[in-house]
Ligand binder design. Structure first.
Ligand SMILES: [Zn+2]
Length: 64
């Protein structure tokens, strides 16, 4: 039987035909939606130029 790894979580999926996998090439609707959402997130991330370290420095300068 053919098998694939879920494109999002790498879970192994064994199937007789792609009809057995309604969310092919994902294991579930959740993985499919998350993977689609990831595309959107990555586009946002490119616009963010600061790192978490720089955010911490800003907090310290506030004098907490
Ligand atoms: Zn999955």
């Amino acid at each position: 039987m053919p098998k694939i790894d879920c494109r999002y979580c790498d879970k192994e999926l064994v199937y007789k035909s792609t009809r057995d996998l309604p969310f092919f090439p994902f294991c579930s609707e959740r993985c499919k939606l998350i993977d689609l959402g990831k595309w959107v997130e990555e586009e946002h991330r490119i616009e963010e130029s600061f790192t978490p370290e720089e955010v911490n420095e800003t907090d310290e300068s506030k004098g907490e």
